[in-house]
Write a protein that binds this ligand. Structure first.
Ligand SMILES: Nc1ncnc2c1ncn2[C@@H]1O[C@H](COP(=O)(O)OP(=O)(O)O)[C@@H](O)[C@H]1O
Ligand SMILES: [Mg+2]
Length: 444
């Protein structure tokens, strides 16, 4: 990493913010508060966030020590954050969120970068080192020792943004995992590499089969690749669009936490009603039915596979601003991103519940309540809801067959995570299909 201690020290006070190739403003710390100020004459389409249009006046944080949500969205969380902070706070006494953003902010999700313009070069990751790790701890060390560790991606699960060697990807892919499509070529220069943390073994395999269920239910999902030991999942990035001039370019990408002006720590303090209203606010009315149907379906899928982690950061809006135009819904034509980060959390925490309130409760809803939510909150016709629920049910059933096969071939997975996953999906299916309460059936 070509960042000096001197640069890092300065970054604790001030960093430059870029949108793609353009420096658009500075993010500064004064006292305990952060502020962002646009440069003069910035094109309105280069706003850093839908909630932060270009203006002369600075944007300031109200709470001390807390970044503006649009920037907080890019900070690593969990173990990734802990590892980087431990490494660099030894070198720089006042190491803070600004310096952390500067450290990782050249490779980000979306089109906003920190300290330098966007390049298309994520760090490289040596899959050989990663895959020769004998324990989860060793695997994480290998992940965080790589260049790719300097990437700004949020979330609690250990992960990096990376470019990979295609031959290695083939070499380590699990060609026996049912549902894995090895003929499909992944864009290996734009990958999210997700590893399983030590307290959630096989999280990668778990997510792989949940995304499989989503795909088979007809939802748009990013392409994925599961590695042989079930501990590593590659996910193709969806915040990239082909352009005629300069290859891949970053689509603007904002999670629903940021779109509600919440920092990451508030990701569970909301409701699915709020998710719906956030989407409504930013899409054009003509797109509403289709976008709402997708959102409803992805919430229903989370209920069916017992995903208690569909919080505000697991919904994202993608948009592509037009030069010269302000970020208005009609101009940006925002869409919901593909469905991502779905996993059966109840396989680890049997009492887990929804991440957000749904019509006043976090209890996994049965069919009638989901239908009410679809009609009253998403404003969908009853017929659309019935079709969506039937598709979710069918997708989960088909993925369940694959999950069973995978688990039967991997007894350690079956014994720890596979069996609880299967039971959770059966319970989810029962509540979605028949409307009976979602308690676990006693047989496996
Ligand atoms: N395939 C993807 N393409 C682009 N951005 C992604 C993709 N998957 C995840 N992200 C972004 O990265 C963040 C963290 O990834 P996520 O899969 O949610 O990890 P975690 O399981 O740790 O929460 C997400 O909130 C989203 O903003
Ligand atoms: Mg997530």
């Amino acid at each position: 990493m070509a960042i000096s201690i001197h640069q890092l020290k300065n970054a604790c006070r001030e960093i430059e913010v870029f949108v793609e190739q353009t420096p658009v403003g500075t993010l500064t710390k004064s006292g305990d508060h952060f502020a962002f100020t646009y440069r003069k004459g910035i094109d309105p389409s280069l706003a850093v966030s839908l909630l932060m249009p270009v203006r002369v006046e600075s944007y300031r944080t109200r709470r001390p020590g807390v970044l503006l949500p649009a920037f907080d969205m890019n900070l690593p969380e969990g173990e990734h954050r802990r590892v980087l902070t431990a490494r660099y706070s030894k070198l720089v006494v006042d190491f803070n969120d600004l310096a952390l953003l500067f450290l990782v902010g050249r490779t980000t999700i979306g089109r906003v970068t920190f300290g330098a313009p966007q390049t298309d070069k994520a760090g490289t990751l040596e899959l050989d080192a990663l895959m020769s790790s004998r324990s989860a701890e060793e695997l994480l060390n290998a992940l965080y020792r790589s260049d790719a560790a300097f990437s700004a991606i949020s979330g609690m699960q250990p992960k990096v943004l990376a470019r990979l060697n295609e031959a290695d990807v083939q070499k380590f892919s699990d060609d026996r995992a049912p549902g894995q499509n090895l003929r499909l070529t992944l864009r290996t220069d734009d990958i999210v590499v997700k590893a399983s943390p030590s307290d959630k073994p096989w999280l990668a395999a778990n997510e792989f089969y949940c995304l499989r269920a989503a795909k088979l239910a007809g939802l748009v999902v990013p392409e994925t690749r599961l590695f042989r030991d079930g501990q590593v999942l590659l996910v193709e990035r969806f915040d990239r669009a082909e352009t005629s001039t300069n290859g891949l370019s970053g689509l603007a990408s904002e999670d629903f936490c940021s779109l509600n002006a919440f920092t990451s720590s508030y990701k569970y303090t909301s409701s699915y009603e709020r998710v719906v209203s956030t989407l409504k606010r930013w899409i054009v009315p003509e797109a509403s039915d289709e976008q709402m149907r997708r959102l409803f379906k992805s919430i229903a899928l989370s209920c069916a596979v017992r995903n208690g982690d569909a919080h505000l950061k697991n919904f994202t809006l993608l948009y592509c601003p037009q030069e010269g135009a302000a970020l208005e819904p009609r101009v940006i034509r925002a869409t919901l991103s593909p469905t991502y980060d779905v996993c059966t959390t109840n396989a680890y925490l049997s009492e887990d519940m929804l991440a957000l309130d749904l019509l006043g409760s976090k209890k996994y809803p049965a069919r009638q309540k989901l239908t009410d939510f679809g009609v009253r909150i998403c404003n969908l016709p009853l017929k659309t809801i019935e079709v969506a629920l039937a598709e979710v049910s069918c997708g989960v059933r088909r993925a369940l067959d694959e999950l069973r096969l995978y688990a039967e071939n991997n007894p350690r997975f079956m014994g720890t995570v596979g069996q609880p996953m299967i039971k959770c999906w059966q319970a989810g299916l029962a509540s979605i299909d028949t409307g009976r309460s979602g308690s676990l059936p006693s047989r496996g």
